[in-house]
Design a protein around this ligand. Structure first.
Ligand code: IFM
Length: 481
């Protein structure tokens, strides 16, 4: 497939970016969102198979059974990445392919066919000169572990670490960067709080237990990977929120502080400081006594971190709820009668001003700069990587088959410039991965939202680079270190 080279004047690559030597340009995907082949080569069921096959859970009844059929088309997809000049590719490994018989008591036998798929993918990437970054958990928990209690149970963290060590041992010779978890906020708050993500539970005490066991899983996994591969770069990816109070009124400022604690500090503090934020432990005391935190856990979580992955899409604005009228909660993660947020019944999440993406998410690139600069300020010396950023828009395929997604180009350009601003302010940002390489299964929204810089025709599986893919290719070419 050849890529057109004409780019309209309004979508020229950003000039004058301020980025460090060796800055890495990549694209990201995740296993359940693109692989398909749900029952191939011994893979067993994940919580997302169960959830998506449950009527009413995913828009249009969509599932990841076929998705982008990447499992069978990975060679074509790597060739496309090469044509786009990508330097790095962040993908995730599907745990149910690697140890399909895992239970709460043990990993069970290793599935060589599952390992072999990722081995072939890694070889293909390296052959194409593309640096692989592997996420070990991007939400496809083996169903058997959920049946035993899921992330609210300690055993899940322990099995996760064993699986991480196994992947490091068997594939780690070709994985430059390991990301333990992707966005544990979503796994815990959306999976166990609002229930809009798998496994679809609505229990705020379970949210907090899941938070802790995801943190513990990260720490144990980091240690297991390091034991196998002392030279590996090990990171954790968080969807950090740029939380702002709607006004400077003390009640709104306090609301913003609590939401910041629940979304950001409850992950950052144990991992980077070895403690939980006391204000959040106190604020959630009526929900949980946090007795799931055992002696020594915080030391296990507080492992050296080589890189923090930051995923940023949209800002968060909050205000105190005065109890008058219906409480507003426009959090943009899907409709549910249950709130994802423990201990936030007195806080509102008002609809924010446009422009919006197709997800209804407010577009404001300042949040990217603010978050990266804050991370540098509060955690000096911590290396940063933008492991996801991008936007869904209602792409239109023109009569000639082209997709002129200038709205996505504008979004990417503004956010990449915001990264550059953060670098200029001193933040050590080492790279940027666009979300996503391909249109894919957008969780509860199924295939209705398109985030790819490459269009996927789900009837034919044809890949067509959008104008944004060509724009990104030219940007990478112009700025590659
Ligand atoms: O598609 C998701 C991805 O899996 C995790 N980060 C946010 C993306 C867009 O919602």
């Amino acid at each position: 497939m050849s890529i057109q080279t004409t780019i309209s004047a309004t979508t020229q690559p950003s000039a004058g970016l301020h980025l460090p030597e060796g800055f890495l340009w990549g694209a990201a995907t995740a296993s359940y969102q693109i692989e398909g082949a749900a029952a191939a080569d011994g893979r067993t069921t994940s919580i997302w198979d169960t959830f998506s096959h449950t009527p009413g859970k995913v828009q249009g009844g969509d599932t990841g059974d076929v998705a982008d059929d990447h499992y069978n088309r990975y060679r074509e997809d790597v060739a496309l990445m090469k044509e786009l000049g990508l330097q790095a590719y962040r993908f995730s490994i599907a745990w149910p392919r690697i140890t399909p018989q895992v239970t709460a008591h043990g990993l069970g036998p290793v599935n060589e066919a599952g390992l072999d798929f990722y081995s072939r993918l890694l070889d293909e990437l390296l052959e194409a000169g593309i640096s692989p970054a592997a996420t070990l958990y991007h939400w496809d928990l083996p169903q058997a572990l959920e049946d035993a209690g899921g992330w609210p149970e300690r055993a899940t963290a322990e099995r996760f670490a064993e699986y991480a060590g196994l992947v490091a041992a068997r594939l780690g010779d070709r994985i430059g960067t390991f990301i333990t978890l992707n966005e544990p906020w979503c796994s815990s708050y959306l999976g166990y709080g609002s229930g809009v993500h798998a496994p679809g539970r609505t229990d705020h005490a379970a949210v907090l237990a899941a938070v802790h066991h995801l943190n513990l899983g990260h720490g144990l996994a980091a240690a297991a990977i390091r034991a196998e591969r002392p030279e590996a770069t090990i990171g954790l990816t968080l969807n950090l929120a740029w939380v702002r109070p709607q006004t400077e009124a003390p009640a709104d400022v306090a609301a913003a502080e609590r939401v910041d604690g629940l979304q950001n500090r409850v992950f950052l503090d144990p991992v980077l400081r070895g403690s939980y934020p006391q204000d959040i432990v106190e604020a959630t005391a009526s929900v949980s006594d946090w007795s799931f935190v055992k002696d020594g856990d915080l030391d296990l979580i507080h492992q050296p971190l080589d890189v923090l992955g930051v995923n940023y899409y949209s800002p968060t604005v909050v205000r105190a709820y005065d109890g008058v009228g219906e409480r507003e909660e426009a959090d943009g993660h899907g409709a549910s009668s249950a709130s994802p947020w423990p201990a936030c019944g007195d806080i509102e999440f008002p609809q924010q001003p446009g422009p919006y993406t197709d997800m209804g998410w407010s577009i404001d690139a300042r949040g990217m700069t603010e978050l990266l600069v804050r991370m540098h300020r509060e955690h000096p010396g911590l290396e940063l990587m933008v492991t996801e950023n991008g936007a869904a828009f209602p792409d239109v395929v023109g009569p000639d088959g082209t997709i002129d997604d200038t709205d996505r180009i504008a979004y990417l350009r503004d956010h990449i410039e915001a990264v550059s601003d953060a670098v200029a302010a001193g933040a050590p940002v080492r790279g940027y991965y666009v979300w996503s390489l391909l249109d894919n299964f957008e969780w509860g929204y199924g295939y209705s939202k398109r985030f790819g810089v490459v269009h996927v025709d789900y009837d034919t599986q044809q890949r067509t680079p959008k104008a944004s893919a060509r724009w990104y290719r030219d940007l990478v070419r112009a700025h590659a270190g």
